[in-house]
Design a protein. Structure first.
Length: 649
């Protein structure tokens, strides 16, 4: 019988660095490059580039809104101008490819600071072995966006590095604090977090009374002064408080059904359901696993962590619990202490309690390496994003699934001028690509809560007519997913015409706008595949009999649900192109292995409107038999069936 090893024989490796540890780190950074190299999908990139373009062209800084026709003149404090100029310069020099490269480099710099801080906190310049595991979870957490919070994460990490070194008795970096804050205040409005970090450490040092470190106090005071060196002066110090008030829980911006997605709380189980279906392998899974390790790490490091470090962890954990957009800041604050604490927790379990964990400390290195080896080919083939119900092509350019790329190109090609009615996620890009004023874009601190409520009302049958009458837009770029009612309503108005569409967005022009005529009706064999009625009946019958979900379909993720066809057939239905809607939905059902209730609902509605009640009822039966069909779907079916009586002679 093989003798058992003494736990002491293995524990020493947690205090050493070896090639496998650095290989694991390198794998994580390689995965970061791979995940970062994808088309730009951020709905905010447009107003950042537009702002920088305006600054360059006018050699001034904006003080009021510049890009809307609805809240023009509202105060605009652009503390992101430095980030914007960097991205604009990258775009002018190397296009979207260089923008993506800058994003990757800044992200990796943030990660490098996390690793370095964890190494310094580990003591004896020893890198904790749990660093690669934590880092791979951060990478899979999927916060790769071209936004100024990337700069904030770097600046915040630098501030924390200086303060952590001070806590270890190294005061030489303190004069760097005002310099860091000078750059931070001109890169992102959340510079105030740097002052919070310093405030925690200053408050802790003040307990010494007359022994307080005066250099720390002077550098902290100079840092506050550095924050006043910006284009907006003293307004800058109160601006973050205004933002904080607007995004408090329960506010219109954070509503569970109408709020902005990134402001939602991160610990809701609803995050695992996309289009009503369970999707495990998506960012929330990795946020939650990382948070679990942070809890373990804080417990493990409780006796060695300094009070300011624990307070900062608690503050940023609270901030993250309020809004999922704060994940990066949560990582910034907790990564080093989590890495050190997880290592200490393993040591405690294996030594103090004599527990033989099935996998030893080596698993801290092999687990992230294996995860990278699995994730890398999945990312290269696009399967990783399909699992997360995402579409992130690994190439340069703008992602046309999330941004109205073709719609903007159409407006430019046709030289169309006017005010653009646009949904929240589209306005920023449209303004950047066309220079046309839009109804809304994603800067809530500019348009404010009152206008956002008005915008939300425009998405409903009651609110859209009033919105159009008040603001008089002459162009509409409607999203099939975000503003479907716009498509339905505008298609029925004689003074609006549909001039361009794809499976993402539709462009309408008011009669006052000269330009291309209304699109003709879609034609079978050219715009959509054609099926006979017998073929439709057979395909619908087969589709209704299929299972709601299979393991294979679950692994396929969004690819199993024909999302492109759902969007396109929805547009056909809302614009009255019933034959196109029916055939597109039927063709998609023929290519699925599961019952897709959205396609059956579209089919039932289109066939009902066309008067084919037999096939309509057959399609509706597939929806009604689905345990996940919501009350709204059932009410719509009841209303559609009831409407048949009024159509009979």
């Amino acid at each position: 019988m093989k003798p058992r090893k003494n736990p002491l024989d293995e524990l020493h490796i947690l205090h050493t660095e070896n090639p496998l540890l650095w290989l694991a780190i390198a794998c994580c950074f390689g995965l970061g490059v791979l995940l970062g190299w994808r088309q730009i999908a951020s709905p905010d990139i447009g107003f950042h580039l537009s702002s920088a373009r305006w600054i360059v062209e006018h050699r001034a800084f904006p003080s009021t809104d510049l890009f809307s026709f609805t809240f023009q003149g509202n105060p605009y404090i652009d503390l992101q101008w430095l980030f914007q100029l960097v991205m604009y310069a990258a775009n002018q020099i190397g296009g979207t490819g260089l923008i993506i490269t800058v994003k990757i480099l800044v992200t990796l710099k943030f990660w490098a600071l996390l690793v370095w801080r964890a190494r310094r906190m580990g003591g004896r310049s020893s890198l904790p072995w749990s660093v690669p595991l934590l880092l791979v979870l951060v990478a899979l957490g999927d916060y790769f966006e071209e936004r100024p919070h990337l700069f904030s994460w770097v600046y915040g990490s630098l501030v924390l590095f200086v303060l952590e070194e001070f806590g270890r008795g190294n005061r030489k970096w303190l004069p760097a604090l005002p310099v860091i804050m000078l750059f931070w205040v001109n890169s992102h409005q959340l510079f105030v977090l740097g002052l919070v970090l310093m405030g925690v450490h200053v408050a802790w040092d003040l307990r010494k009374g007359s022994g307080v470190d005066r250099t720390l106090l002077v550098c902290a005071a100079l840092s506050v002064g550095a924050c006043l060196i910006n284009p907006y002066g003293f307004k800058t110090l109160t601006f973050p408080l205004t933002l904080l008030g607007e995004i408090q829980s329960g506010h219109v911006f954070t509503g569970s059904t109408t709020g902005i997605a990134e402001l939602q709380p991160p610990f809701s189980l609803s995050l695992y359901y996309l289009a009503g279906r369970f999707a495990l392998f998506q960012p929330p899974l990795y946020w939650h696993l990382y948070t679990l390790l942070v809890v373990v790490g804080v417990i493990g490091a409780w006796r060695v962590a300094r009070a300011p470090e624990l307070v900062i962890c608690a503050l940023f954990a609270y901030a993250f619990s309020l809004s999922l957009k704060n994940f990066g800041y949560f990582v910034m604050a907790t990564f080093p202490i989590a890495a050190v604490g997880v290592d200490r927790a393993i040591m405690w379990l294996r030594l103090r309690r004599g527990l033989r964990i099935a996998t030893g400390p080596q698993s801290l290195l092999w687990t992230p390496i294996v995860l990278v080896l699995i994730a890398a080919p999945l990312a290269l083939t696009g399967r990783l994003y399909k699992l997360a119900w995402n579409d992130a092509p690994m190439r340069t350019g703008y992602n046309s699934r999330f941004l109205p790329v073709e719609a903007a190109e159409f407006l430019n090609t046709q030289h169309i001028q006017g005010n653009v009615l646009a949904p929240f996620a589209y306005g920023s890009y449209i303004n950047w690509a066309t220079r046309l004023p839009v109804s809304i874009y994603g800067v809530q601190e500019v348009f404010g809560p009152k206008y956002y409520e008005e915008y939300l009302a425009s998405l409903t049958p009651q609110g859209l007519p009033a919105f159009l009458a008040k603001w008089h837009p002459t162009i509409a770029v409607a999203s099939i997913t975000e503003s479907p009612y716009w498509i339905y309503y505008l298609s029925a108005q004689p003074d609006w015409r549909l001039v361009q569409f794809n499976d993402n967005a539709a462009v309408f022009l008011h009669e006052s706008v000269t330009g291309p005529p209304e699109l003709p009706d879609s034609k079978a064999g050219k715009d959509f595949p054609s099926h006979t009625r017998d073929e439709m009946k057979r395909i619908i019958t087969d589709a209704v009999a299929r299972p709601e979900m299979t393991f294979g379909a679950w692994l396929q993720g969004s690819a199993a649900f024909e999302q492109d066809s759902i969007r396109l057939s929805t547009l056909y239905l809302y614009t009255g192109r019933l034959e196109a809607a029916t055939n597109t939905a039927v063709d998609a059902l023929a290519h699925t292995s599961i019952r897709v209730r959205e396609l059956l609902m579209i089919l039932g509605t289109a066939l009902n409107a066309a008067g084919d009640y037999e096939l309509s009822d057959l399609a509706y039966s597939g929806v009604l038999s689905s345990p996940d069909a919501d009350a709204q779907m059932r009410q719509q079916i009841q209303a559609a069936v009831a409407s048949r009586k009024s159509k009979k002679p």
